[in-house]
Design a protein around this ligand. Structure first.
Ligand code: 0O2
Length: 206
């Protein structure tokens, strides 16, 4: 029997710390009065039931979770524009409070499901009373449109346990295309949007 409280404690600490750090990046852009490539940040520790499901599904033995399950601590950074994603990844690469272990680009290479996001896996040092413990955490960086699609698909996936009826699968793929086109359209009018947002922020401050 695994002692889950003890096992998950450093992951919970890492998520709390990373939420503060990554949200802090957005705050710094706001203070500078420049467009923030980060719209909002969320974080969660994977529920035990999902850890067990994934371990079972991917044949990961429970004593190898630490090294083989990279998203027990999971962060998401949402961006307005696809171009912002690169900027956010660059900001993460330049930090020295964690190291990047792996990057997976599901934007240039979308998944068969239609899923798009940029994944950065980090090794994050958690300070404990017994010394430093390095854990893996996954940061998913995506646009608001990609997030909308992934959230809907994730709940449907839960309902159908990955076995989508053909018509739903087709609609999800079409919706993924539509989300992709929405991102492209928004990118084309990005300068206009940012100008309007800057104007709005200035007026709010007066
Ligand atoms: P949850 O509930 O978000 O925690 P694999 O599971 O083999 O696809 P692997 O090796 O764990 O992938 O790494 P990957 O693909 O980089 O990251 C998996 C996570 O990415 C998933 O976690 C989802 O959060 C997200 N993701 C990947 N593919 C899809 C997809 O097709 N649709 C949606 N909605 N999300 C996806 P979990 O553990 O699946 O779930």
């Amino acid at each position: 029997m695994k002692n889950w409280d003890q096992f998950l404690a450093p992951y919970k600490q890492a998520v709390e710390e990373l939420k503060i750090k990554l949200k802090g990046m957005r705050k710094q852009f706001e203070q500078e009065g420049t467009h923030s490539p980060i719209e909002f940040v969320t974080g969660r520790v994977k529920p035990i039931a999902s850890i067990l499901d994934k371990a079972n599904h991917k044949n990961i033995s429970l004593d190898k979770l630490e090294t083989e399950m990279q998203d027990i601590a999971g962060m998401r950074m949402m961006c307005q524009f696809v171009e912002d994603i690169k900027k956010v990844v660059e900001l993460l690469r330049n930090r020295n409070d964690f190291e990047i272990v792996e990057e997976r680009d599901y934007i240039s290479h979308k998944k068969v499901s239609g899923y798009r996001s940029y994944h950065v896996v980090i090794g994050y040092p958690v300070q404990t009373i017994n010394g430093e413990k390095k854990i893996l955490a996954e940061i998913q960086i995506r646009t608001l449109a990609m997030n909308f699609w992934a959230t809907i698909e994730h709940s449907l996936n839960y309902k159908y346990k990955g076995q989508f009826p053909k018509d739903i699968q087709m609609r999800l793929q079409r919706a993924a295309e539509a989300a992709f086109m929405l991102d492209e359209e928004m990118s084309l009018i990005r300068d206009e949007i940012q100008e309007a947002q800057a104007f709005f922020t200035r007026n709010k401050e007066q």
